[in-house]
Ligand binder design. Structure first.
Ligand code: HEC
Length: 168
């Protein structure tokens, strides 16, 4: 009797002397892998452009506050102490983008890829206090959302200050 390893070894060499079947099997696997990679690449590109499209859509969309919010009246009079408090908040949190005079030319503005709203812009000037009061904590990319970091009083104060800048 011949050892079984011999037998199988012999039979393989006989039927496929150059191991061609192994070579082709391997090549098929590599081709399939390349195919997968290519598909993955295409999917990534598609997904990426879809995301870009969605975010562009968002930034072009008009930003409006809900009606009831827009009608909210400021309970904080624009007196000297409110303006001083508003200025402190503005200098600390808003000036980097909106600029010292509210012109949208703060030092960080250039990196945003979008011009921060000019506070003297008629579109912003024409908004009610209530609208701005609603928008500041919500934010809109790249403008950060201030959430609860600014108390309602802080927000009314900073709005009073924005109004005073826009008049200059
Ligand atoms: C990181 C930069 C950045 C900071 C910081 C920032 N903003 Fe903005 N802000 C923006 C950009 C950009 C827009 C324009 C957004 C848009 O229209 O897509 C904007 C828009 C606005 C608008 C106009 C909203 C409208 O109706 O169009 C107001 C008001 C405003 N910001 C107030 C503030 C206040 C108040 C602060 C500080 C508490 C502040 N922002 C801080 C970048 C910033």
């Amino acid at each position: 009797m011949l050892p079984s390893t011999w037998l199988s070894g012999n039979s393989r060499i006989d039927s496929d002397p150059y191991h061609a079947s192994e070579f082709f099997a391997e090549r098929n696997m590599i081709t399939a892998w390349h195919h997968h990679l290519k598909l993955l690449g295409i999917l990534t590109v598609l997904l990426g452009s879809a995301l870009v499209a969605v975010s562009e859509e968002q930034s072009k969309e008009k930003w409006t506050a809900p009606g009831a919010e827009a009608r909210k009246k400021s309970p904080v009079a624009a007196n000297e102490s409110s303006l001083a408090a508003g200025q402190r908040i503005y200098v600390k949190r808003c000036v980097a983008c909106h600029g010292r005079t509210g012109n949208g030319d703060g030092p960080d503005a250039a990196d945003l890829g979008i011009h921060p709203a000019k506070l003297s812009d008629p579109a912003v000037r024409g908004e009610t206090d209530g609208e701005l009061f609603w928008k500041i904590p919500v934010g809109k990319k790249p403008m950060p959302n201030y959430g609860t970091r600014l108390s309602p009083t802080d927000r009314w104060n900073v709005i009073n200050y924005l109004r005073s800048l826009a008049r200059r």
